[in-house]
Design a binder for this molecule. Structure first.
Ligand code: NAG
Ligand code: NAG
Ligand code: NAG
Length: 343
C-alpha cells in the first residue's frame, strides 16, 4: 500500500522568507559540498557532472525532500557580475538537472571561494530560481516530516556564514587557519542569532550547516574558531553539524554531536594529514587521498552524502559517483525530550 506521507514544509526563515516546493514522499536530504564547477566553459568539470548525474540517478529511486549545498558554489572566484550571471545556469541549473531533482529546494551556504566574488548575487538569485534557496547569508528552515511509523517529526536546519564568523583563508598553505572575522561586530551578531536559534528550537532534530568544518582530519584540518565557539553550542543544544571545505568525506562524533563533512562535489581528494589535531577517536570514517582508489575509471572520485531522517533517528550515507555506498553511520537518536517542546 502506498504510504501517503505529506511533508509539510513549514518555513521559518529567520531573516527573510521564501516559498519552497517540496517532494511529499521523502525523509532524505542530499549533502553536497565544494561542487562549484570551474571558471571557464562549460563551467562545470567532469567530477561535478558525475556527482550531479549520480545524485539524479539516486533520487529517481530515493526521492529527496531537499539538498544542502555546503559552499564553494562557484569556483574559482564566486560570481562576477550580478544575479543574472550565466554561472547560475551553467554551473548549477543545467548540471543538477535530473527530473527527480527538478522539484526540490537547494538550500545553500557560502564558502571562501564564493567570497572572492559577489555574494549578494548568490543571495539575490534566490528570487530568480525555482530551486536555489539562500534568502540571506545565514538563515534557517524548519521542515516537518511524517515518519515510517506514521508519527510526525521536525528538523531545524540552521544555515551559517562561516566566512563571516571565522574570516577568509588566503595563503597557499592548506593548513592555514581562517584569520578571524573581518568585522567582529557583524560576526558577534551572527553568533547571537545562532545561539537564539538553537536555544529556542523545539525541533526533534537540529542541524547547523556551514562551509568550514569544526572537526576534520583532511588538509585544512579543524577550524579553531568554530571549535572554540560553535562546538559547545552544538553540544549544549543537542545539534549536529554539516560542512564541506576539505575535499574529503568524513564522519565524526564528539561529545554527542555528529560532524558530517561532504566536500567532494567537484573532486576528491585532499591529503589525510590532520587527524591528530582532532579529539582522539572522534573521526569514525574518512575518504581522502590515502583511501582513494588507484583507478577511478569513468566516474571521477567525487560524490555526495545522504542524510536519512526518521522518527527514531538519522543515519548518514556517503556515496561516490558510481553510487557505491562507501560508509553508513550508526543511527543517531533525536534530541533529548527536555530539549523538544510538547508536540
Ligand atoms: C516526489 O518524488 C516521486 C519519485 O521521484 C515522484 O513520483 C513525485 O511526483 C514527487 N512529488 C512531488 C510533489 O514532486
Ligand atoms: C544534464 O546536463 C548535462 C550537462 O549540462 C548534460 O550533459 C546532460 O545531458 C543533461 N541531462 C539531462 C537529463 O538534461
Ligand atoms: C552584485 O549582485 C547584486 C545582486 O544581483 C547586484 O545588485 C550588484 O550590482 C552586484 N554587484 C556588482 C559589483 O556587480
Amino acid at each position: 500500500m502506498l504510504r501517503v506521507s505529506a511533508i509539510l514544509l513549514s518555513l521559518v526563515a529567520a531573516r527573510c522568507t521564501a516559498t519552497v516546493p517540496a517532494n511529499s514522499t521523502s525523509r532524505k536530504l542530499a549533502l553536497i559540498g565544494d561542487w562549484g564547477g570551474q571558471g571557464t566553459p562549460p563551467y562545470y568539470n567532469p567530477p561535478e557532472l558525475a556527482t550531479a548525474e549520480a545524485l539524479a540517478r539516486y533520487s529517481r529511486d530515493n526521492p529527496l525532500s531537499a539538498a544542502l549545498l555546503l559552499g564553494d558554489n562557484f569556483y574559482p572566484a564566486g560570481i562576477s557580475g550580478d544575479a543574472h550571471s550565466l554561472r547560475f545556469e551553467a554551473t548549477f541549473e543545467a548540471v543538477f538537472n535530473g527530473s527527480a531533482l527538478e522539484d526540490i529546494p537547494f538550500f545553500a551556504v557560502l564558502g571562501n571561494h564564493d567570497y572572492k566574488g559577489n555574494v549578494s548575487a548568490e543571495v539575490a538569485y534566490t528570487a530568480l530560481s525555482d530551486r536555489w534557496d539562500m534568502p540571506s547569508t545565514y538563515y534557517s528552515k524548519t521542515l516537518s516530516f511524517k515518519g515510517s511509523d506514521g508519527a510526525s517529526f521536525s528538523a531545524h536546519f540552521i544555515a551559517i556564514d562561516t566566512v563571516m564568523l571565522a574570516g577568509m583563508t588566503t595563503g597557499d598553505d592548506p593548513t592555514q587557519q581562517p584569520p578571524g572575522p573581518a568585522d567582529a561586530v557583524v560576526a558577534s551578531s551572527q553568533w547571537d542569532w545562532i545561539e537564539s536559534q538553537l536555544s529556542s528550537s523545539t525541533a526533534d532534530f537540529v542541524f547547523v550547516f556551514g562551509h568550514y568544518p569544526v572537526i576534520s582530519g583532511c588538509s585544512h584540518g579543524p577550524t579553531l574558531i568554530l571549535d572554540a565557539l560553535l562546538q559547545p553550542m552544538l553540544e549544549k543544544y543537542g545539534a549536529h553539524y554539516l560542512s564541506g571545505h576539505d575535499h574529503c568525506q568524513e564522519y565524526a562524533e564528539y561529545k554527542g554531536v555528529s560532524y558530517i563533512l561532504s566536500g567532494v562535489g567537484h573532486g576528491c581528494c585532499y591529503e589525510w594529514t590532520n587527524e591528530d589535531k582532532n579529539p582522539t577517536g572522534s573521526i569514525k570514517w574518512h575518504h581522502a587521498a590515502d583511501t582513494k582508489a588507484e583507478s577511478t575509471g569513468d566516474a571521477p572520485d567525487a560524490g555526495f552524502a545522504i542524510l536519512d531522517l526518521d522518527t527514531d533517528g538519522f543515519t548518514v550515507s556517503y556515496f561516490n559517483a558510481d553510487l557505491d555506498t562507501q560508509y553508513v553511520s550508526r543511527k543517531v537518536a533525536p534530541r533529548a525530550a527536555d530539549l523538544v517542546a510538547a508536540k
